[in-house]
Design a protein around this ligand. Structure first.
Ligand code: IPM
Ligand code: MG
Length: 360
């Protein structure tokens, strides 16, 4: 297969982790006889430095014309980086939000899976972990608070900020369908998370999810309030299969879910639209404090590349091979510094990438 992949290395540890993911894609193409063409695209702080804006129209066009987009991470230290002195619409994160909107990437899939090798890195007690857990967070990605109208005004000499949380029923329906479809391929259970005891947008969310659920009689589902869900994730994570939720709740809960898997450096993600185009990125950030030190964990990006093979290029065997190689690498004891289970051999980003590549 010939495929064009737009590659956004981004900021901080982005270039290091993406380099390792490309090493893996190269190994896959060599082994399975594919040709992947990588087209570099600037986004985030590096784009601000080069062009004055976090994402150019040209960059969006390149992504649209590609079969898939692979992203490292964007952004810098929000207290010290000059990027955060700019108008909010010109900061690194604005580039990512713009790209998600421009490509219509409404469905963000974040799997949180506890590798048995990483049990000791999980901060939860053994009796809670049991035989491990395996869930997917289905996060709505182009609506809600992150895209609503916002402004800061001065009223009677007092500064006041507004952010609006809006969803229409179609936006809720399409992500709910993705959530139930995903559950059908898994353990057939959906936990729809909202704050319906307070928010109108959540009450609409519940109503639409109830309607969608009727088309999936085999799937059991329940509604859960987001504050309770945050608690249940550490109290009994094994109860979850698919967590279906809106943009901000999904942002927060996915960080929590990743931490209970042992390290946020392990959590991959896919952002999908109505076509096969998708954007694949680790769920973690750009970690500017360790950038350039070869300490970053490239596994979340490598696992995101596996999702790219599976969802955008329809290459299941190749995706399986990458996931199996990651599993084997962990079994063989390789650990980056973020995986604190006190076991195995501590390696840097490059050596971790090499170890996975050797196992494909
Ligand atoms: C994420 C990140 C982004 C988000 C930021 C960088 C805008 O936290 O992908 O989880 O909130 O969506
Ligand atoms: Mg986040």
């Amino acid at each position: 297969m010939n495929a064009q992949i737009a590659v956004i290395k981004g900021d901080g540890i982005g270039p290091e982790i993406v380099t390792e993911a490309l090493k893996i894609l190269d190994k896959v193409s060599e082994k399975f006889g594919h040709h992947f063409e990588y087209v570099p695209v600037l986004m985030g702080g590096c784009s601000i430095d080069a062009t004055g804006v976090p994402l150019t129209d040209e960059a969006i066009e390149t992504c649209k014309k590609s079969d898939a987009v692979l992203l490292g991470a964007i952004g810098g230290d929000t207290t010290t980086s000059p990027w955060y002195k700019l108008d909010p619409s010109l900061r690194p994160e604005a580039g990512l939000l713009k790209l998600r909107k421009a490509l219509g990437l409404f469905a963000n899939i974040r799997p949180a899976y506890l590798y048995k090798e990483l049990k000791a890195a999980c901060p939860l007690k053994d009796e809670i972990i049991g035989d491990g857990f395996d869930m997917v967070i289905m996060r709505e990605l182009t609506g809600g608070l992150y895209f609503g109208d916002r402004k800061t005004v001065q009223e009677n000499g007092v500064l006041k900020a507004y952010d609006s949380l809006t969803y229409d029923e179609n936006e809720i329906r399409r992500i709910a369908v993705k959530g139930f479809e995903t559950a059908m391929k898994r353990k057939k259970h959906v936990t729809s998370v909202d704050k319906a005891n307070v928010l109108d947008s959540s009450r609409l969310w519940r109503k639409v999810v109830d309607e969608v659920a009727k088309d999936y009689p085999e799937v059991t589902y329940e509604h859960m309030l987001v504050d309770n869900c945050a608690m249940q994730l550490v109290k009994d994570p094994r109860q979850f299969d698919v967590i279906l939720t809106e943009n901000m709740f999904g942002d927060i809960l996915s960080d929590e879910a990743s931490e209970v898997t042992g390290s946020i450096g392990m959590l991959s993600s896919a952002s999908l639209c109505e076509t096969s185009l998708g954007l694949y990125e680790p769920s973690h950030g750009s970690a500017p404090d360790i950038a350039g030190t070869d300490q970053a964990n490239p596994l979340a990006t490598i696992l995101s590349a596996a999702m790219l093979l599976r969802y955008s290029l329809n290459l299941d065997a190749e995706a399986d091979a990458v996931e199996a190689a990651v599993q084997k690498t962990l079994e063989d004891g390789y650990r980056t510094v973020d995986i604190q289970d006190g076991k195995g051999k501590l390696v840097g980003c490059k050596a971790m990438g090499d170890a996975v590549a050797e196992r494909i």
